[in-house]
Design a protein around this ligand. Structure first.
Ligand code: URA
Length: 434
């Protein structure tokens, strides 16, 4: 088989066979196929597309290019949740303890933040002592003790995707439905969980900017997961404004804890309880989605989910006292308020701009190698639909470097649009596809 023939076939609109896709993925991972031929094939795919069969073959080949089934030793039906990324999305830290307290184990790998979106691993590292890197026996022990475990993404998962994603990034070939689906799903399938609930974000702070694009991606991912024999569902959820009120690292963990105490913002509470409800159902902890949601609500009301969170923190060497004493989190030196200049209603609040402002405050990283300030970030005081008076605070910026805090404050101002008419409150969940 020749790489040149495969490129030519796709360039001319042909459908690639499983053998051709395997040949490409294996050869590129091993270093036998050079970047220039891989780039040519990616561009041909970008223009000609992949059908669902080719996408499934590509997903499967990339899944097999690294370690697989690190969850296989863990008993029970394992359920994973994946968010396509957004601003203020701390749902994993709420959903996983709820599921674990309902008897459905959650063992997952999460990523770090990059650009204006945050990552669960950075957030968890704001808990003093917390370890996000565990050996496989420690990982298994943590799931046994706490019913859940969240660790950083191993470099050995879907090795082909790691190389190909970096190449797509510099050859303008990221934005293709077959390539995005196979990239996300290869990593999810490699983990070996039995059911996957996807949270596909839609709006200015998301990868998918409109509902149609988010729906298409959700449908493709659900179909590919089902072809691989997994129970699948996708929630399409709003990311036009940030989720919840906190954006940052320790700030988001504190909001997740408040939500587990039943005192979280409405949007994060609704989304977490519904995602967890679906995961409990998929993990056979409930006979229906509705019963799963009821179980999720009671896990919060009874305090069982909060207790599970304490066990989770302890099992990963963190200090569980943080659940009751937020003073144990890293603290920011400066708190800068954003004051409204006029009366009115918040008619728009750009998730993307808030995310960028949070990054400027020090909470995010521009390049993979950058450090993050675990105490930095933003707490919103107002969201879309809220009324505001001149002189009232719209948000607060937390920073350890005053100049970074001031830069964040300047940008944050642009995120808010204040109008005279009260707009509708934004919907949180647009659709569930299963
Ligand atoms: N996230 C991924 O992991 N891969 C993509 O291709 C796009 C978003």
């Amino acid at each position: 088989m020749q790489m040149k023939d495969i490129i030519e076939k796709k360039r001319d609109g042909g459908m690639l066979t499983r053998e051709e896709i395997d040949f490409f993925v294996e050869g590129y991972t091993d270093g036998n196929i050079p970047d220039y031929q891989a780039s040519a094939l990616l561009m041909a795919v970008f223009f000609q597309g992949l059908n669902k069969e080719e996408t499934f073959y590509l997903t499967d080949a990339m899944k097999r290019s690294g370690d697989v089934a690190y969850l296989s030793d863990i008993p029970g039906i394992k359920v994973d949740k994946h968010s396509t990324g957004g601003v203020g999305d701390k749902t994993t830290l709420v959903v996983a303890p709820i599921c674990a307290s309902a008897g459905v184990p959650v063992a997952k790998m999460s990523g770090r933040g990059l650009g204006f979106t945050g990552g669960t691993v950075d957030k968890m590292e704001s808990i003093p002592g917390f370890r996000t890197s565990l050996e496989s026996n420690e990982f298994k022990k943590a799931v046994e003790e706490a019913g859940m475990c969240v660790i950083g993404q191993s470099a050995h998962i879907a090795a082909a995707d790691k190389k190909l994603y970096a190449l797509r990034d510099v050859t303008a070939t990221v934005d293709n439905i077959g390539l995005i689906t196979s990239s996300i799903m290869s990593k999810k399938l490699a983990s070996g969980s039995d059911a996957i609930v996807l949270d596909v974000k839609c709006g200015s702070g998301a990868f998918m900017k409109d509902l149609e694009a988010a729906e298409t991606l959700a449908e493709w991912m659900v179909e590919i997961g089902k072809l691989a024999g997994k129970k699948m569902a996708a929630f399409i959820t709003d990311m036009e404004q940030p989720l919840g009120l906190g954006v940052g690292n320790s700030i988001e963990v504190q909001e997740a804890i408040e939500t587990l105490k039943g005192k979280g913002p409405e949007d994060i509470t609704e989304l977490s309880v519904k995602l967890a409800g679906y995961m409990i159902y998929a993990g056979e902890g409930a006979a229906s989605y509705e019963e799963g949601v009821e179980k999720a609500k009671s896990a919060v009301e009874s305090g069982a989910a909060l207790e599970q969170f304490r066990k989770f923190v302890k099992a990963q060497a963190g200090d569980p006292a943080i659940a009751d004493d937020y003073g144990l989190f890293p603290q920011a030196e400066f708190v800068l308020p954003l004051i409204s200049e006029k009366d009115g209603y918040v008619t728009a609040l750009s998730a993307e701009t808030v995310g960028k402002a949070s990054q400027l405050s020090g909470a995010g990283r521009a390049r993979k190698e950058d450090d993050v300030d675990l105490a930095a970030g933003i707490i919103l005081k107002k969201k879309v639909g809220d009324s505001v008076k001149a002189g009232e605070s719209l948000a607060e910026v937390f920073a350890n470097d005053r100049s970074k805090g001031e830069a964040a404050l300047k940008l944050l101002k642009e995120a808010f649009i204040i109008g005279e008419e009260r707009p509708e409150k934004r919907q949180v969940i647009y659709k569930v596809i299963d």
